[in-house]
Write a protein that binds this ligand. Structure first.
Ligand code: MLC
Ligand code: AMP
Length: 485
């Protein structure tokens, strides 16, 4: 008998599983809704999921997973060209979306399965194979459009179990967050995590410090967020002391997806008495490291590798650097049941990062004498982490080059207190073309996604290049900035 990915759905406990803004669903309702979706998608290879933050998205996801089909979460704010790419690359049989959700014309050619609440008792099909794909999640690379990361059920299950172990995460916990449901942080950890454990999720819809404090005050025990969210929470706590009690009452605050600045650790601790637990992961590996619930929470450190996961620091030739001096820097390579299977339709790119069973993350780190890992940077300067989202500079550059006024462009990440890194574009306009920074920013938001839009546009006469004509991004310096909003 295969082990169920969601045991709580086989024998639903009499309790709320999911709560969104004004809507909640019991385990029994979730099982019944998922059974209906599973019946409809059975036999498909991949199914797109319109990932709006609402209960129906979770019902749709659980139904797709129950049928042993791979779900392809779609960002509801994805622009036309990004959406077109994801759909043509993943070739879903249909799109599962909340009943009544408005879908863009790009999806008009796909059959649609509307998800409704409630319904008669339904039974779930037999548990699918552990190696079968559960999700295809799109993530940016340095150049070209995003790649689909194929995550098997085995990775989801083993990773959630490892996190449950190190965070003492149980069915008693009520997880609070306002993360998007089209990336692994919000979807795998944030939705499938509580459901695997038979616990509860309270999703606040749109993130705001007040909304998460409100949910914590109503019994939330854990909070997940990206550093931008903790930065905004710290600001709010410093302005409004009445929010403090709700956060103080939580059991665990967890940050990930990007480096959490030391000052945010300090500010949150000063306001609430809580030290934030940091964990480190990627779409391709789910989570690799975390500080244990009982462990030392030191700013800048992402803790120890998770149970069952091997981590090594690799030198430039790929060999292991056997060091624990917290100084020597190597590329993080990981091996374990948490790894993805492949990049969909990209065997060469898969082979480039998955070597002898090890996944090379592109992140560089040190290891302290007590084994704690400290992420110090990334090998590729063309990858930007902004508000917890990974964005390839090339993707933004290509979108900008599609604007008729743009002759040349270079995109970089600039340090930003709130976003970690802010997308900045250096633009050379064509001849006597005129264009505002707002227009360029809106153009990128429409074509790819709003979180990939440049926040700053510098109009320049030329870009720094070497004698061969190669762009020298390190030579780009910000003139007086013009905010793009
Ligand atoms: C703004 N908007 C526009 C626009 N400008 N729409 C169209 N055209 C434009 N020019 C819209 C946005 O869509 C959004 O709408 C709203 O205006 C505000 O946009 P914003 O300023 O970009 O975002 P903000 O509200 O400030 O949100 C900040 C945030 C968000 C932190 C809440 O960035 C976020 O949720 N980040 C989390 C990213 C994440 O989950 N990463 C995990 C990746 S997995 P609306 O309606 O949407 O508000 C991973 C692995 C791991 O990294 O380890 O976890
Ligand atoms: P993504 O491809 O969107 O899954 O983003 C993965 C990347 O996010 C990693 O390669 C890291 O660069 C970054 N990341 C995730 N968690 C952390 C963390 N706790 N500290 C620093 N960087 C992180």
């Amino acid at each position: 008998m295969k082990e169920a990915l969601f045991p709580a759905l086989l024998d639903p406990p009499d309790q709320v599983a999911l709560r969104f803004e004004n809507d909640s669903l019991s385990y029994e309702q979730l099982r019944n809704g998922a059974a209906r979706v599973a019946e409809r998608v059975a036999g498909a290879k991949r199914v797109a999921l319109w990932a709006t933050p609402q209960t129906q998205t979770c019902v749709g996801l659980l139904g797709i997973l129950a049928a042993g089909v791979a779900a392809v979460p779609l960002n509801p704010k994805a622009g036309q060209s990004e959406l077109r790419h994801v759909v043509s690359d993943s070739a879903p049989s249909l799109v599962v979306a909340a009943k009544g959700a408005e879908l863009p014309p790009t999806l008009a050619g796909l059959d649609r399965l509307p998800v409704e609440q409630g319904g008669a008792k339904g039974d779930l099909p037999e548990e699918p194979e552990a190696e079968s794909p559960a999700l295809v999640v799109y993530t940016s690379g340095t150049t070209g459009p995003p790649k689909g990361v194929v995550l098997p059920r085995r990775a989801v299950r083993s990773n959630l179990d490892a996190l449950a172990e190190v965070w003492n995460w149980s069915s008693d916990d009520v997880l609070v967050h306002g993360l998007p449901l089209f990336h692994v942080h919000g979807l795998v950890l944030g939705v499938l995590g509580p459901l695997r454990l038979g616990g509860r999720l309270h999703h606040v819809g749109r993130f705001s410090p007040e909304a998460v404090c409100g949910a914590l005050a109503q019994g939330g025990t854990m909070l997940f967020g990206v550093p931008t969210m903790y930065h905004r929470l710290a600001n709010a706590l410093e302005k409004d002391a009445s929010l403090e009690a709700s956060v103080r009452g939580a059991r665990l605050l967890v940050s990930g997806s990007a480096p959490l600045a030391s000052r945010e650790h300090v500010r949150i601790e000063r306001a609430t008495g809580h030290r934030i637990v940091e964990r480190y992961g990627l779409t391709e590996t789910l989570m690799n490291c975390s500080v244990r619930a009982s462990g030392d929470r030191r700013p800048g450190y992402v803790g120890l590798p998770l149970p069952g996961i091997e981590l090594r620091l690799a030198g430039d030739d790929g060999s292991t650097l056997d060091v624990s001096d917290d100084e020597t820097i190597g590329e993080v390579a990981v091996r374990g049941p948490n790894l993805f299977t492949e990049y969909l339709n990209h065997p060469d790119e898969t082979a480039a990062v998955l070597r002898d069973g090890w996944f090379f993350t592109g992140d560089v780190a040190t290891r302290a004498p007590d084994g704690y890992i400290r992420i110090v940077g990334r090998r590729a300067t063309d990858l930007i982490k902004t508000a917890g989202y990974k964005v390839g500079a090339g993707e933004v550059e290509n979108a900008l080059l599609e604007h008729s006024a743009v002759a040349e462009v270079a995109v970089i990440g600039e340090p930003d207190e709130d976003l970690g890194e802010r997308i900045a574009a250096f633009v050379v306009l064509r001849g006597d073309a005129r264009c505002s920074s707002q227009e360029l920013s809106d153009h990128v938001a429409r074509l790819v996604a709003p979180h990939k839009r440049p926040r700053t546009v510098h109009f320049v006469d030329g870009l720094p290049r070497n004698e061969m004509g190669k762009l020298l991004k390190s030579k780009l310096v910000s003139p007086s900035p013009e905010d793009a909003g």
